[in-house]
Each structure stands twice: as C-alpha cells, then as structure tokens.
Design a protein around this ligand. Sequence first.
Ligand SMILES: Cc1cc2nc3c(=O)[nH]c(=O)nc-3n(C[C@H](O)[C@H](O)[C@H](O)COP(=O)(O)OP(=O)(O)OC[C@H]3O[C@@H](n4cnc5c(N)ncnc54)[C@H](O)[C@@H]3O)c2cc1C
Length: 378
Amino acid sequence: MDVLVIGAGVGGLAVARSLLADGHRVRVFEQAPTRRTGGKAVLIWSNGTAVLHDLGVSLDGVGCRIDRIDALTSDGRLRTSMDLAHAAGRFGFETKAIARQDLHRRLSDGLPEDLVRYGMACQSVTEDQGKVTATFADGSTATGDLLIGADGHHSVVRRHLWGDGSVQPATFGTWQGLSPIDIDLARTHHHLMITGREGACGLMPGGDGLLQWWFDVRWSPADPRPAAPLAELRRRFGHWASPVPEVLAAASEEDLGFFGHHWNKVREVVGEGRITLIGDAAHTMPPTLGQGANQTLEDAWVLGRELAKGGDDPAVRLRAYEKTRYPRISLVTRLAKRNPANWRIPPMIGRLLPETAQTSMLARFSNRLTEPATLQRA
Ligand SMILES: Cc1cc2nc3c(=O)[nH]c(=O)nc-3n(C[C@H](O)[C@H](O)[C@H](O)COP(=O)(O)OP(=O)(O)OC[C@H]3O[C@@H](n4cnc5c(N)ncnc54)[C@H](O)[C@@H]3O)c2cc1C
C-alpha cells in the first residue's frame, strides 16, 4: 500500500518504520524545515522500550536508565517508592529518560534519506474513490491509499475529521528544563516526584550529567506569563526540602520552557474511511503519567500489526486498530488529567507497605495501561 504520514514526530517516525518493514511504500510529510534538534527529556517506560526494540530502535548509549521512582512530600518524607528495575526484570524492558532529539535521531536511524519531506505543512485532506489526498501550504498535493495523521496536539488531520474545539486546556502547566545541574541525583538512576500545596516537582537524570527538572503549577490559558518565571518558581518552591532549592539555585532562565496542559475526550472511532490518527493527534493528554510518547509508540505498533493482516479494505483494519486502542487510551487520558499535585498518598503508605508490594502494584497498574502483546512479545 501507498501510505501518507503527516508529521515526523515520535508517532510518525515509529509508524513509518513499522510499515516500511512490512513492505509498504511510505511518505512522511513534516512541517518543520529540518529534523527536531531541541526539546527536553521524556521518560520511556517498559511499554515504550518494548515497542522500540520491536521496531529495531536501540537506546543503547543515550539517556539514562531509571531504576526507581520515589514519591516524596514537599518536606522530604517518602510517600511511596517503586522499583522499576524489578519491573524491568519482569517485563524484559527497562525504563529510560532520554532527550527528545536523541529519541528522534534513534527513530530516524537507518530510514531512507528521502523518507521525510521537511517544510511540508499539511493544510487539508480529502478522500475520494479509495484514494486519500493531502494538500500542503505550498499548493502541492500527495495522493495515496491511506493517510495517518501523526501531526500532534494541533493536528490538522484531526480538525478535518472532528472539526474545531476538541482539545481543551487542563488545569496545570509545566515549567521545565534539561540542564547540567551538579547534584548527586544527576549521577544516579533515581527519579523523584515531589508534591505539595504549591504544585509538583519532578527530577530525573537525563544522561551525560544532565538533569531533567520540572514544576507543575496551576494554570489557565488566560494567565499572564510571569515577568521573571524562575524568580516566581524560587518564591513558590524554594522552601521545599533538598534537592529542590539546589536545583532552583542552579537553574537559569535560558533553560526554562513552559507548556500548558491540554486534553481531548478520547473517541472510540477516531478516523473515517482510509484516514486515521495516532499519538497526540488522537489523544492529547497532560504529561502527568509520562505516557504520551509511550502510548504513541503503542499506537504505531498496533496499527502496524493491523495493517500487516492485509485484506481487501484497509479501512476495516484502521477501525480495528482504533477499537483495540480505545480502552487503554481512554484510561490513560483520564488518569493523566489528575495532576500529581492532587495525589495525596499519605507518607505512612511508604512506611507501612513493603516496597515489593508497592512494586507489584506498579506492575499491575502498568499492565492496565499497556497493550498486553507489547510486553509479552519479547
Ligand atoms: C512537558 C512535556 C513532557 C512530556 N513528558 C513525557 C514523558 O516523560 N513521557 C512520555 O511518554 N510522553 C511525554 N510527553 C508527551 C509526548 O511528548 C507526546 O505525547 C508525544 O511527543 C506525541 O508524539 P506525536 O508523534 O503524536 O506528536 P509530536 O511528537 O508532537 O509530533 C508531531 C509532529 O507533527 C508535525 N506537524 C504538526 N502539524 C503538522 C502539519 N500540519 N503538517 C505537517 N507536519 C505537522 C510537528 O511539527 C511534529 O514534528 C510530554 C509532553 C510534554 C509537553
């Protein structure tokens, strides 16, 4: 089949890999002028690394393996602790923090040079007599048998299918940075998730001495941007227990980026005819669970397997992919709407419940978020 993919982010590159391996002709159209070179780190959980492994993508030598996540109160008491190394042993795949540009680079490695056409902003899509056509900002068009909208949060393909207004702002936003902050945590494999009245703070090593740090604060699109955001973060979070003050002291304004959280109500039938969506185009969610890219990778994997089944009508396979993904995606999106600042797990849980029990709860929880086949396949 001749497949058009709109967007060369995590989802577009992953699905292109999968379809090329199955012998399809694939063309990817990306609005940016070149491959992404910026961005902070993302957490790729066992479900994501399992899919990457299956797509032939190695994360060896990039990022940092994460072996445990400790959830703490703002005064430094342990709420709960999860042993990801144990979970990795059980699933066969580790969890890694990796800079976004490294993930894009590894997803692109080995793909044909001319696969992604950069500088091609899709403006509209149409379907006629078993063919799908994308029209681009420069007036050119491309026609194929199928079209996959992997064009993210502001998807043009989703707008074609669902109309305007399906993505809503959520109630939190993230200030974040990935920078060389010299604290002990940057040299470990530990991820800290700290929550208190003022919001939430996440800290994890990103590899190469980098620390990924973020602060979630209440936010609405009408809020004015603070004139000095770092000073505002220091005012709000500077009294929290170590290492938060050290991180805020070492951070610089240039490192700081902001992202307001958004979400959309997940649909059981995402696409129409020979058009479907994957990734944020189908399920925009707050980054709370660190599952957006992981679920996007699962989409790409399930869609690839469905299309590999063949058959006369590819639209049937696209609807089967959407049906398979619906229960997980709708659960993950609903959970991701609850910011960690609202998870008030009492510190006594961390003291009373043995770590093995907490880890086993994590593994059971992870299974609910994940297509069973991705983790059972290896
Ligand atoms: C602050 C923050 C932290 C996050 N942390 C994590 C994490 O730890 N773990 C995790 O799993 N997820 C995380 N996520 C979510 C994750 O980044 C997304 O879910 C993931 O990138 C979605 O992949 P995608 O391919 O659907 O979209 P994207 O990666 O956004 O790619 C979409 C691509 O489409 C292109 N495009 C857009 N419109 C057009 C058009 N009209 N024509 C052509 N091209 C177009 C864009 O330029 C882009 O390259 C985080 C998100 C944020 C904001």
